[in-house]
Design a protein around this ligand. Structure first.
Ligand SMILES: Nc1ncnc2c1ncn2[C@@H]1O[C@H](COP(=O)(O)OP(=O)(O)OP(=O)(O)O)[C@@H](O)[C@H]1O
Length: 321
């Protein structure tokens, strides 16, 4: 994992322009209802994490946003304009990095970028300049003339992201871009995304890795079984759904202490996790009991709510199930 930098909550969404509005999307593949009702809105400049297990419907939603898949119902508008059947607006304003790498293996990185740039309507010296600039951001400028088939999966992915950026889209959609790639490429990809976002590009980033959302995104939607179960800033989700708990480890404590304000307990390592909405009161009573009962306390601390616990509360299952 790269450095633990989290985008600040000070980028208040309400001060931004509404970029994307998705309302009531439904999609079935035969009998399989992939999306039952997807509604979300996105402010310009957001780095938006789309979190959910395999099969939740993330890719289908992204494909509808990019016009690759047609929704059975619902609408998508960009800057207030309905883009459901407006392929020109989609290709002008949106860059899409699909889950599968789409590059020509026998072409060099440079030639691939030239091809995709032209396909997006960028030509001549302007295209050359943008390719040079984007290659520098990928960290692969030294490999520009090498065939893509000699690249690692992560290097290909970096070029794939670059290809989606040459027409300078306002919104970049990335579908699980770090699956199966090396840590070095992952760090590069994170840096590329952060830099793009800093330059004002809105990001939609789909993943089933919570830690990626935690370090990369300021807004999150949790998706499960074809709907958005919860969305908001990371801080809002942690506040609303995160389980607050206390970790207690004491020598010889073979069962968790009983407290009326502890809702759930579970073993973790050599100690116990005690979930509670009343951290201060429970903590105080635990300290009292520990002193009276002469527990040999090794560790007693408040555990910060995690996105993992938010996911558990919202969906009823752990993401890694
Ligand atoms: N072309 C298709 N034909 C039939 N079923 C499909 C098709 N594409 C997706 N599905 C089904 O629709 C549901 C949602 O899939 P989708 O790929 O959108 O989920 P996801 O959250 O992106 O998952 P993953 O992380 O595996 O990509 C799944 O049950 C999937 O099997």
């Amino acid at each position: 994992m790269t450095e633990n930098r989290r985008p600040s909550d000070s980028k208040r969404p309400e001060s931004r322009e509404l970029l994307l509005e998705v309302t009531g999307l439904q999609k079935a593949y035969g009998k399989k209802q992939a999306l039952s009702n997807v509604t979300l809105s996105l402010q310009a400049g957001t780095s938006f994490g789309f979190l959910g297990p395999n099969g939740a419907g993330k890719s289908t939603t992204m494909k509808i946003l990019t016009g690759i898949v047609k929704a059975d119902r619902g609408s998508v508008s960009l800057f207030g304009r309905d883009i459901t059947n407006d392929i020109d607006a989609v290709s002008k304003y949106i860059g899409y990095v699909p889950q599968e790498i789409t590059l020509y293996e026998k072409l060099s990185a440079y030639d691939n970028l030239e091809f995709f740039g032209q396909a997006y309507g960028v030509h001549g010296n302007e295209l050359k300049r943008r390719i040079q600039e984007i290659l520098e951001k990928t960290g692969l400028i030294d490999r520009a003339r090498d065939e893509v088939q000699t690249f690692s999966g992560g290097m290909k992915r970096r070029i794939n992201i670059a290809a989606a950026m040459l027409h300078r889209p306002k919104l970049l959609i990335l579908d699980e871009p770090t699956v199966g790639i090396d840590p070095q490429s992952r760090n590069h990809i994170f840096e590329m995304i952060r830099e793009l976002n800093k330059d004002g590009v809105t990001i939609i980033y789909s993943t089933h890795y919570m830690e990626e959302v935690e370090v990369l995104c300021d807004q999150v939607a949790i998706m499960d079984q074809g709907t958005v179960k919860a969305s908001g800033s990371l801080g809002e989700l942690l506040e609303q759904y995160g389980r607050k708990s206390i970790y207690l480890e004491a020598a010889g404590l073979t069962a968790p202490p009983v407290d009326p304000q502890v809702t759930q307990t579970r073993k973790e390592g050599s100690g116990w996790i005690l979930d509670t909405e009343h951290v201060a009161g429970v903590m105080q009573r635990l300290l009292g009991t520990a002193a009276r009962s002469q527990w040999d306390v090794k560790q007693l601390e408040v555990v910060r709510p995690s996105l993992e616990s938010v996911f558990l509360t919202v969906t009823g299952t752990a993401l890694r199930d």
